[in-house]
Write a protein that binds this ligand. Structure first.
Ligand SMILES: [Zn+2]
Ligand SMILES: [Zn+2]
Ligand SMILES: [Zn+2]
Length: 284
């Protein structure tokens, strides 16, 4: 998109007040740094817990929403095969982390934005040889799920409750809260309370999509199957992320969402794209 901007008015004012033109350069280094951080976060960045921002009560690093986990699994080889045995992935400052902090046991964490539900960990084989890096599955922390009431975790019963843990998808998780991270302030506040929008949002997002029968309001693709639900998003029509009135919310599939104004940089998951194209074809 080409934008024509005219500075003639400004220039007239400049002449009127007798100000001189000065040399001006756009500084790119900050942008480069952000790009570099974004790239590294896809794999994971090891950092001190105190370096993590908690602007909305959700973890972020340099403005990017992240999840945190402890990389060292060298003392629990069972975790390679069984995510139940691994370290838990933290989404927010939960009671587990509170306890650890009180006992002065806050370790170094890896912050990551990856979306493929595996985590790069240090593991050992049965012989107990030197640790090596391996991507393994891990489960989210139940106390974090409870605090966020993620996918109605607090009220879910039996198999549904277990499924919130076992079927946890990073793609769905990051998408659920993505609207909170478009203008994240870069301050660090370890004691920031959970923003009430964040607290209610997961539930609201689910409600809105359910009310729409899990159908995209533009292309009408049906995504009610549990494994496809993560490709259905809730878009804020006026761009104001805290305006969660039903009239401002639009249910859109991943592809239609990415086509909305101002969404040029939205990450489109290739698996999601494939699923949606397949389902659209089936329906036509
Ligand atoms: Zn936790
Ligand atoms: Zn659509
Ligand atoms: Zn949107």
């Amino acid at each position: 998109m080409k934008i024509d901007v005219s500075f003639s008015m400004l220039d007239r004012v400049r002449l009127a007040i007798g100000a001189n033109l000065i040399e001006w350069n756009v500084e790119l280094s900050e942008l480069d740094e952000l790009r570099d951080i974004k790239f590294k976060l896809k794999k994971g960045i090891e950092l001190e817990y105190t370096e993590v921002d908690q602007g909305h009560g959700l973890f972020a690093y340099k403005g990017q929403q992240v999840v945190l986990y402890i990389k060292d699994h060298s003392w629990k080889p069972e975790a390679i095969e069984n995510p139940e045995k691994g370290n838990k992935v933290h989404l927010t400052q939960c009671t587990t982390l509170d306890h650890m902090q009180k006992r002065g046991r806050i370790d170094r964490y890896v912050a990551t934005t990856r979306r493929d539900d595996v985590y790069l960990c240090d593991v050992v084989n049965e012989m107990g040889d030197t640790p090596y890096e391996k991507e393994i599955s891990l489960y989210p922390c139940k106390n974090c799920l409870k605090k966020l009431n993620y996918n109605s975790y607090k009220t879910a019963q039996g198999q549904d409750k277990i499924s919130v843990v076992k079927d946890f998808s990073l793609t769905e998780y990051f998408e659920t809260y993505s609207t909170f991270f478009t203008h994240l302030p870069t301050h660090t506040d370890a004691s920031a309370p959970l923003n009430h929008y964040v607290e209610e949002w997961s539930e609201k997002s689910k409600q809105v999509r359910k009310k729409a029968n899990w159908i995209c309001s533009e292309c009408r693709v049906g995504l009610s199957d549990k494994k496809y639900r993560k490709w259905l998003h809730v878009h804020h029509i006026n761009g104001n992320k805290s305006d969660n009135l039903f009239g401002n919310l639009k249910v859109l599939c991943l592809l239609c969402h990415a086509g909305q104004p101002g969404h040029k940089h939205m990450q489109v998951d290739s698996k999601g794209k494939k699923d949606i194209l397949k389902l659209r074809k089936k329906a036509s």
